[in-house]
Design a protein around this ligand. Structure first.
Ligand code: SF4
Ligand code: SF4
Length: 420
C-alpha cells in the first residue's frame, strides 16, 4: 500500500476549525470535521500555504535537524516544486539545486548523457563558413588559410604552432603534447620514478605528415595527419601518437589522437595538449565537475553543473606549489575575452585546467610567493590525469583511479568565435 510522507502537520489543540486553510488550500486537501482541520494525505502537495495562513498557528512544518544527514551514507533531496516558489524572481532552478548540494546532499548522476551540451556545441554551425581553404606548405610548416583564419601546423612536431582567427592571435606559443603535472604532495614517492623517465620534459617529433582536402555534408575541410613520438632526451619513447587534425572551412578544428604508451614505462601523470593563450582570455565557462577542483579520486566536494569562473578563481593556492585547479568529467570549456571565445568540447568527458602558471613553474618553486606568472593563460586539455591518492602520509591512488591505459583515443573539437 502507498504511504504518503508529508512535511505539514496539525496541532489539533491549537486548531479552532475556522476554515481559513480550507479556503486557501490549492488542492482542496483540507476538511474540517468536528471543529478540527484534517489533511487528506493523498491530495496534499506540501505547498505550505495552510501553515502561512492559519491565524492560530495550528499548522506546522515537519523538520529535521541538518545533523540528521550524518546518519546516512547517502542523503538525497527530493525538492517539492513548492521549494522553488519560496524564492522571488528565480529564473533558474539549478541555483536552488546547487544550494542543496553545497549543504551536503549527494549528487545523483542521471543516466542522461553528460556530454549532450558538448555535442550541441560541436554540431553548432559557426557564424560564417569561409569561402574556401588554401593550403601552403614548405619543409617545416603547413599553413591552412581562409578569408577568416590562418592556422600554421608544425610538420616536425605534429601540432599547430600558430592560430589566428578573425585577426585574433590565439596561440602565443606553439601547442604541446603534455604528460607532466607539477607533483602534488601525494606524488612525493612516484615523483622520482616519473623524473627518472623525464616525463617533465618530453619532446614531440613527427615522422611524416600528410594533408588532404575533403568534404562532408557539404562542408569543406583539410585534414592533416602525422605520426608523432613523444620522447625524452636519451630515453625511450614515452608514447606514439597518430594525430589527425581536421580543419573546417569555418575555422573549427576536430582533433583525434590515437595514443600508444610504452608498456614498459610507469604510468603517466596525465596526457593531453597544452595551449598558451593570451593572458587576457581569462573568463572561463565549463560544464562538468565543479566548482571545487576535481580529480578522478578527489571529487566528492564537487557536483556536475555549468560554472563561470576566471583563470584566477580556478587557482588553488597551495603553500608549496603543485598541480591544482583541474576539473574532470568536463564536456566543454570556453575561454574568452571581450571579442574572442575559444571552446573545447568532446563527446567523452575530459579534464582541463587553466592557470597563469606553467607546470614547470609550479614544479620548480618551493613556495607560493615565489611563483612568477607565465604571461599567458595556460590551458591544459587532458584525456585524463592520474589519481591524487594520499601518499604523502597514506596509500597512493587506488588502482581504479590510476592512469593505467596503454592505448586510448582522445578526440575533441576546438571552436573559435571572434570579431576582427
Ligand atoms: S500544505 Fe498546501 S496542499 Fe497541503 S494541506 Fe496545506 S495548503 Fe493544502
Ligand atoms: S486555519 Fe488553522 S485554525 Fe483554522 S481550520 Fe485551518 S488549521 Fe484550524
Amino acid at each position: 500500500m502507498e504511504e504518503y510522507v508529508h512535511s505539514v502537520t496539525l496541532d489539533s489543540d491549537a486548531c479552532r476549525g475556522c476554515i481559513t486553510c480550507v479556503k486557501r488550500c490549492p488542492t482542496e486537501a483540507i476538511r474540517v470535521r468536528n471543529g478540527k482541520a484534517r489533511i487528506l494525505k493523498e491530495r496534499c502537495i506540501d505547498c505550505g500555504e495552510c501553515i502561512r495562513v492559519c491565524p492560530h498557528h495550528a499548522k506546522r512544518a515537519v523538520t529535521d535537524h541538518l545533523a540528521e544527514m550524518e546518519r546516512y551514507r547517502y542523503t538525497i533531496a527530493l525538492p517539492a516544486p513548492a521549494l522553488y516558489g519560496q524564492f522571488n524572481n528565480l529564473d533558474d532552478a539549478e541555483v536552488v539545486l546547487a544550494g542543496l548540494l553545497e549543504m551536503g546532499f549527494d549528487e545523483v548522476e542521471l543516466t542522461e548523457d553528460q556530454c549532450a551540451p558538448a555535442r550541441k556545441l560541436l554540431d553548432m554551425p559557426m557564424e560564417r563558413e569561409g569561402s574556401g581553404l588554401t593550403v601552403r606548405e614548405d619543409d617545416h610548416y603547413l599553413t591552412v588559410v581562409s578569408e577568416k583564419f590562418c592556422y600554421t601546423y608544425d610538420k616536425l612536431k605534429g601540432l599547430f604552432s600558430r592560430m589566428v582567427n578573425a585577426n585574433q592571435n590565439l596561440l602565443e606559443h606553439p601547442m604541446e603534447y603534455n604528460v607532466w603535472r607539477a607533483p602534488t604532495d601525494n606524488d612525493r614517492n612516484i615523483r622520482s620514478i616519473w623524473e627518472e623517465c623525464h616525463y617533465e620534459r618530453p619532446a614531440a617529433r613527427a615522422y611524416g605528415t600528410s594533408c588532404e582536402n575533403g568534404e562532408k555534408d557539404g562542408r569543406k575541410y583539410v585534414e592533416i595527419a602525422s605520426d608523432v613520438s613523444l620522447s625524452s632526451v636519451y630515453k625511450q619513447r614515452i608514447v606514439d601518437i597518430r594525430a589527425a587534425w581536421r580543419v573546417w572551412a569555418d575555422g573549427s578544428v576536430d582533433v583525434r589522437l590515437d595514443v600508444k604508451k610504452d608498456p614498459k614505462l610507469p604510468r603517466l601523470p596525465r596526457f593531453g595538449v597544452r595551449m598558451m593563450l593570451p593572458q587576457d582570455m581569462r573568463q572561463v565557462e565549463y560544464y562538468g565537475l565543479g566548482p571545487m577542483e576535481s580529480y578522478a579520486d578527489k571529487r566528492r566536494a564537487s557536483y556536475h553543473g555549468r560554472f563561470t569562473e576566471t583563470v584566477d578563481s580556478l587557482f588553488e593556492d597551495y603553500i608549496r606549489p603543485q598541480e591544482n585547479g583541474s576539473h574532470c568529467d568536463v564536456s566543454f570549456v570556453e575561454l574568452s575575452r571581450e571579442n574572442v571565445k575559444l571552446s573545447v568540447a568532446a563527446e567523452k568527458p575530459f579534464s582541463f585546467n587553466a592557470s597563469r602558471y606553467t607546470q614547470e613553474e609550479l614544479t620548480e618553486k618551493a613556495h607560493n610567493f615565489e611563483l612568477v606568472p607565465s604571461g599567458h593563460t595556460v590551458l591544459c586539455i587532458d584525456y585524463t590525469q592520474d589519481g591524487i591518492g594520499s601518499n604523502s602520509c597514506g596509500p597512493g591512488p587506488e588502482k581504479q583511479y590510476q592512469f593505467l591505459e596503454e592505448e586510448f583515443t582522445f578526440a575533441f573539437g576546438i571552436r573559435v568565435e571572434g570579431q576582427a
